[in-house]
Design a protein around this ligand. Structure first.
Ligand SMILES: Nc1ncnc2c1ncn2[C@@H]1O[C@H](COP(=O)(O)OS(=O)(=O)O)[C@@H](OP(=O)(O)O)[C@H]1O
Ligand SMILES: [Mg+2]
Ligand SMILES: [Mg+2]
Ligand SMILES: [Mg+2]
Length: 409
């Protein structure tokens, strides 16, 4: 019979202890340890009990609140999308704002303030005109007070409805932070691509959390994009878009944890799946996306860049950060946004969520000089000009073409 002597018992215990020590050292010193722990935690813990201590935060609660808040806001924007009268006003810079923009901003800020009362919020809209235009304010209030998720638990997680019209106006105005490089700052675009929204194109409800100027969480709600990650882009660009059955996608990402898509629903969150950019083996076959508005990005520079890369397919023109979401899930490949006006500063809420979602899906996002987008300079990206988003493997090649076309001007 096989027996163990006292000595061999001791050395076995020693070996086992050394093994356990080595394994724990490997896990705790690995840079991906917090990520792994978060995945384990997601499997075994109810989401609300996950700790968000500052030393090892997983941003699980932030992501969940952001996804639910964006989903709830899209209930209101979808309603307005189908209304003939959208309460459109022209802002000082001549850009449009609608009942949908104001209402979505109020609903999302309410949820952020309830869950993270200390956080700063940089939101696109403000309530000054609504305080004068009582009729419009009360129209928005009628919709805002009715907007709620069909799932009572999810609605409760958001902190419930806005109590009064005055609270709605105060929530809209709480998006007035100057932003900056320190602390927790949310960037909110309640309707990105308002012109697209008005003409029946793509639009997106966009929310991102920056911590010390680094984007940690990004969410895009795109009611008019197909749920299916592999659906062709062509059919979903341009005008006459709908939010009929099979439409509506919610993109999400947390830094270091990848990017996902899920159906944009009306209650509890739908099932998510990981998304990845498509590998581009030959750049000439790439599909590139650009703004619909020629005033927002230079169609002529972008077309020269495409030519330089040997791309012959026509570009896909699409409003809003739906472009970032579309390339992140491999429905398109490149997003080029080259400045038309030298003095225009891009706004942080037009890029923060898309920037993280693309990078977490395997892409690279820089400006036209190759610098990462700098979200720590206040409400605008004043350190950057233009946007070049591409799969990591071909970004350098695309950037070279961008520099060569812009350099020759
Ligand atoms: N001159 C100029 N240059 C660049 N960008 C500008 C300019 N003017 C406006 N904007 C911003 O463009 C946002 C929408 O742009 P998109 O390209 O995503 O959509 S679109 O195709 O132009 O509709 C749009 O976002 P929303 O206001 O949220 O719709 C604006 O913030
Ligand atoms: Mg915008
Ligand atoms: Mg907007
Ligand atoms: Mg706007």
């Amino acid at each position: 019979m096989f027996t163990l002597s006292k000595n061999s018992c001791l050395s076995t215990t020693l070996l086992v202890s050394l093994f356990v020590l080595a394994i724990s050292l490997f896990f705790t010193t690995s840079p991906t340890f917090p990520h792994r722990l978060s995945l384990l935690a997601r499997q075994f813990l109810p989401i609300r009990s996950i700790s968000t201590s500052p030393t090892m935060t997983t941003y699980a609660k932030e992501l969940r609140v952001a996804e639910l808040a964006v989903q709830r806001a899209t209930l209101l924007t979808k309603y307005v999308f189908h209304e003939k009268a959208k309460g459109t006003l022209s802002k000082d810079d001549a850009s449009p704002v609608t009942i949908g923009d104001f209402g979505a901003q109020a609903l999302i800020i309410q949820a952020i303030r309830k869950n993270f009362p200390q956080d700063e919020i940089v939101g696109e809209e403000e309530a000054a005109t609504l305080r004068e235009n009582k009729e419009l304010s009360s129209k928005i209030w009628t919709l805002v007070k009715e907007a709620r998720l069909s799932d009572a638990t999810a609605e409760e997680e958001l902190g419930g409805p806005i109590p009064s019209e005055e609270d709605m106006l105060s929530a809209i105005d709480a998006g007035n932070s100057a932003g900056g490089a320190k602390g927790r700052v949310w960037a909110l675009d309640p309707i990105d691509g308002t012109k697209g929204f008005l003409r029946g194109g793509q639009y997106a409800v966009c929310l991102a959390l920056m911590v010390d100027e680094d984007v940690k969480v990004g969410v895009l709600g795109c009611p008019n994009l197909p749920v299916d990650d592999s659906a062709s882009l062509d059919a979903h660009s341009g005008e006459n878009q709908t939010d009929a059955e099979g439409k509506g996608v919610l993109f999400g990402a947390v830094q270091g944890q990848g990017a996902t898509s899920r159906p944009l629903g009306i209650g509890a969150l739908g099932k998510s799946q990981p998304i990845h950019m498509k590998e581009v083996s030959s750049i000439a076959d790439a599909t590139f996306c650009e703004s619909v508005e020629a005033a927002h990005s230079s169609h002529s520079d972008q077309s020269q860049i495409a030519q330089k890369l040997g791309i012959t397919k026509p570009s896909v023109r699409m409003d809003s950060q739906a472009k970032y979401g579309s390339i992140a899930r491999g429905a398109g490949d490149l997003y080029l946004r080259l400045p038309v006006r030298k003095d225009y500063q891009e706004k942080i809420w037009d890029h923060a969520a898309g920037d993280l979602i693309v990078r977490e899906a395997g892409g690279e996002v820089t400006d036209a000089q190759g610098k990462r987008l700098d979200f720590g300079k206040g409400r605008t990206l004043r350190n950057n000009k233009g946007v070049v988003a591409a799969p990591r493997g071909v970004h350098a090649q695309v950037l070279e073409a961008v520099k060569s076309v812009l350099g020759s001007k």
